[in-house]
Design a protein around this ligand. Sequence first.
Ligand code: BG6
Length: 479
Amino acid sequence: MDGSAGKDTSLELKDNTVIVVLGASGDLAKKKTFPALFGLYRNQFLPNDIQIVGYARTEMPHDEFIKRVKSYIKTPTKDLEKQLEEFCSICTYVWATPANTGEGQAQEPSAVLHGPAAKRVHNCFSAPEEMLLPLRMVALASFAPQVEKPFGKDLNSSRELQKSLEPDWKEDELFRIDHYLGKEMVKNILILRFGNLFFGATWNRQHIDNIQITFKEPFGTEGRGGYFDEFGIIRDVQQNHLLQVLTLLAMERPISFSSEDIRDEKVRVLRAMPAIEPKNVIIGFAMPTFCALVAYIKNERWDGVPFIMKAGKALNEQKTEIRIQFKDVTSGIFKDIPRNELVMRIQPNESVYIKMNSKLPGLSMQTVVTELDLTYRRRFSDLKIPEAYESLILDCLKGDHSNFVRDDELDASWRIFTPLLNYLDDNKEIIPMEYPYGSRGPAVLDDFTASYGYKFSDAAGYQWPTTSAAPPTGCSVGR
Ligand code: BG6
């Protein structure tokens, strides 16, 4: 193993690159894009002579823009403050007043650019028509706060959006971001699966009973109520982030780690998935801010295994994790011994642990639930985990598409969700179940997951991370 997971290392950064940040006065730029660009800059991952141009509709003098950029980035040390000053010296801002402004319409390239870098930005597009895309994207931003996602609202609108990009951009020039694909633990899924024989051998319907992919946030739709009213949690998180995680968990071994080989396998999984059926769904709150749904994959490896995708805002904690529950061990020698579980904690506190049964040390033959635990901050304590956007921007600058969503993948993912979304739109009488802010979700949730086979075992009082060296009592062997 050379440690590079067979990646093409010939991909290189190009000098004299200009990064245009569309929607530079918006939420995404503030929370993710500029902090990630600064992270790359200060670690010297950006190409030489890079220029960063913020672009939006808001009229703003250069100084005000720089003030904003600085406020987006935390600089706990003097050194960082100095680097931030340098970073700001490569940032400029332009704003546009499009000529033919019409509510929700794509803008024409005759827009007028303003600001100190306007001329430079104009010059970096070889022909005036090439201004069309940034302007179209800005136009899109007026109805979807994050241009990058969701790509459309359903299968048809996604195809239309795709068509409108085709005249300007070829598929291999497009990088559709799903930032979950840039998260460290998500990037580890293929290595864990295909680099470890013992996982590979049990990764199928013969051994796995059910898989849960859970996304929880302890805050609501603060400041994004309008967007949520229109998009809801299914489009916001499940059709993209959680489905992407699912495809990496379920895909077959790719022929190589090249982006097309990986994406070919992801598409194959999606094509084997029937549309989500409304009977396999629960919705919570009024926006809706909670949804648990079950997907199936009709192929030899996974037929019959429920993939339970749960996503909720305004819940009791922040947590994104994958929980793979194995089947019961053969009964006979044990009385009701808990199932093994493999948990991949995507965030916070990246970790992989296996819940397993062991003999409780001592004179009895009592068993106890314990764990094989890879907690990143213990095992890799001196390594920094990059932000998802840092990793994806760098991939994009290098031209590596592996962690970006291909057109056919997008199409296949909308096909799985669109019938459900239509059903919910057509049946407004379905009232989402209310749940208290800060709770675990609608009260029926546990019965829902149990009805798909998930067995919650608290018999051993097990909780990860374990805090005490003396584990609580477990079950005993049947003799
Ligand atoms: C975004 C969603 O794509 O992902 C948000 O639109 C969500 O609603 C966010 O809060 C979660 O991202 P992260 O990286 O904080 O888990």
